[in-house]
Design a protein around this ligand. Structure first.
Ligand code: HEM
Ligand SMILES: *[C@@H]1O[C@H](CO)[C@@H](O)[C@H](O)[C@H]1NC(C)=O
Length: 473
């Protein structure tokens, strides 16, 4: 009697235990070997800690803490999705090189909402390839020499001409105006200072605040305002398009709009999103890089001295050709120390700190599994500030780019890499080098108030980098 009862009790429970045992064993066999880490809170995960503001020349406490605890590849929960974060140079390169095969660009939905579904930054596959080809043709080295160099110099001189000896102003603002005007000119032939250009710039500033804010779409929020600015900017672009179409037979303008209109296969919507995404990609990044260079140079007199000597030599050769001669490509090619300054500025300042990707296949890397569908964030900033790769990583040291230590360049990914490598990197370098040329030849500068760049994670000088300039006699 009691035996049967015991049997009855024993049987199901032991069966259950056996089942659990096999189930766990099965899981163990199949469970992917995820990188270590923890998910944090439900839904928000560790997003807020990850995004916490930190000095631009550090990779932030969250990153440092997680690397120390888990290693350079770890797992987290960010932007509402399970995510692998990589501060590992090999994995970052692997991710960028395998774009479209194992990984794919995957920005949060809010970014697509604001930049547009045809924006180059969010497109993937064939459509991305087509838009990219248009942009690359537009930024080709032939155009860089013949059109963009003279234009960049003209606008640099215009920007600097307004600076009075002894004036105090925000260098970040000046840099933003300069790169914005340059992009407005290149994209739609808009001239700096004109009412229309200024209006576009004001709308753009509102737009930008939305790109970097929480995607809460209620009346009054920055995101909502940005969506309104987006449609305002698109209306302006559309107006330009209509004007062009009106002028049948008139010479087609040599700007991106003219180029895009020639691609008859693009719809109006596609052209508008392309223009807006280039304005966005080309303006914010290079202005921040320029502001950072101005900041790092004032703190490093030795580098400024060497930079000035380089540009004095070029100016001397220029004068031998005649007064008021413009810079030519051969001059630009001689700005070799300037290129070291630019690389070092991006390595230490990290204008684009990480990019958004997702795994489109199950990926196996260095013993870890990255399940299909997971977000993957290659963090360039963490690599650029890794002391195992760059000696004294927190020092501004442009000389580290001289000579031939291959690691210095191959570990550098300030412009991304692979099939989505920055389409405008050559223009960006040209802008910064030409601006620095006229800056170091004409002015000394110092901080008017202490300020330094922070990553929010978009970069910003909280006080706008106030500088006091002194004209060089
Ligand atoms: C110092 C300045 C700049 C930096 C640091 C920078 C950085 C980057 C990075 C990291 C990416 C890759 C994004 C990703 O993989 O998701 C990128 C893409 C891009 N950048 Fe830049 N950029 C700069 C200036 C410019 C300029 C001046 C332009 C245009 C005139 C430009 C146009 C683009 C475009 C069109 C893409 C998308 C490329 C593609 O998806 O195929 N960038 N940039
Ligand atoms: C700057 O970095 C790039 C890699 O993005 C490299 O190709 C180039 O040689 C570097 N320039 C200098 C002067 O080291």
């Amino acid at each position: 009697m009691s035996i049967t009862k015991e049997l009855l009790l024993f049987f199901p429970s032991s069966l259950l235990a056996l089942c659990v045992y096999f189930y766990l064993a099965g899981l163990n066999r199949k469970r992917p070997n995820l990188p270590p880490g923890c998910g944090g809170w439900p839904l928000i995960g560790e997003t807020f800690a990850y995004l916490k503001a930190h000095p631009a020349t550090t990779s932030g406490r969250f990153m440092e803490h997680h690397i120390k605890r888990y290693g350079k590849i770890y797992r987290s929960n960010l932007f509402g999705e399970p995510t692998i974060v990589s501060a590992d140079v090999g994995l970052n390169r692997f991710i960028l090189q395998n774009e479209g095969r194992l990984f794919e660009c995957s920005y949060p939905k809010s970014i697509g909402g604001i930049l547009g579904k045809w924006s180059m930054l969010v497109l993937v596959g064939e459509m991305h390839q087509r838009m990219r080809m248009i942009s690359l043709n537009f930024l080709s080295s032939a155009r860089l020499r013949a059109v963009l160099l003279p234009e960049v110099e003209r606008q640099t001189i215009m920007a600097i001409a307004s600076w009075k000896d002894g004036a105090i102003f925000s260098a970040q603002e000046e840099a933003k105006k300069f790169t914005f005007n340059l992009m407005a000119k290149n994209i739609m032939s808009m001239e700096p200072g004109e009412a229309e250009t200024e209006m576009l710039r004001r709308e753009y500033i509102t737009f930008m605040k939305g790109v970097v804010s929480a995607p809460l779409n209620f009346p009054g929020t920055p995101y909502w305002k940005a969506l309104k600015s987006r449609s305002c900017i698109l209306q302006m672009i559309e107006k330009k398009m209509e004007e062009r179409k009106g002028r049948i037979g008139a010479e087609e303008a040599d700007d991106l709009l003219g180029w895009a209109l020639k691609q008859s296969s693009l719809s109006k919507e596609q052209v508008m999103d392309l223009l807006l995404s280039l304005l966005f990609a080309g303006h914010e990044t290079s202005s921040m890089a320029l502001a950072l260079a101005i900041f790092f140079l004032q703190a490093c007199p030795k580098a400024l001295q060497q930079l000035r000597e380089e540009h004095q030599n070029i100016a001397r050769q220029k004068r031998e050709r005649g007064d008021d001669e413009p810079l030519i490509w051969e001059d630009y090619k001689q700005m070799s120390f300037s290129q070291c300054v630019i690389n070092e500025t991006l390595r230490l300042g990290n204008v684009v700190r990480f990019v958004h990707r997702k795994a489109i296949q199950d990926v196996h890397y260095a013993g870890y599994d990255i399940p299909r569908g997971w977000k993957v964030l290659p963090v360039f900033a963490a690599v650029h500030l890794d002391r195992e790769l760059y000696a004294e990583p927190h020092q501004f040291n442009p000389w580290r780019w001289q000579g031939c230590s291959p690691g210095v360049t191959s570990n550098f990914m300030g412009y991304g890499g692979g099939p989505r490598l920055c389409a405008g990197s050559e223009l960006a370098k040209l802008e910064i080098a030409v601006f620095l040329h006229h800056l170091v030849l004409n002015f000394e500068w110092a901080l008017a108030e202490p300020d330094s760049a922070f990553a929010y994670p978009y970069l910003d000088f909280p006080k706008g980098l106030p500088i006091k300039v002194q004209a060089i006699a």
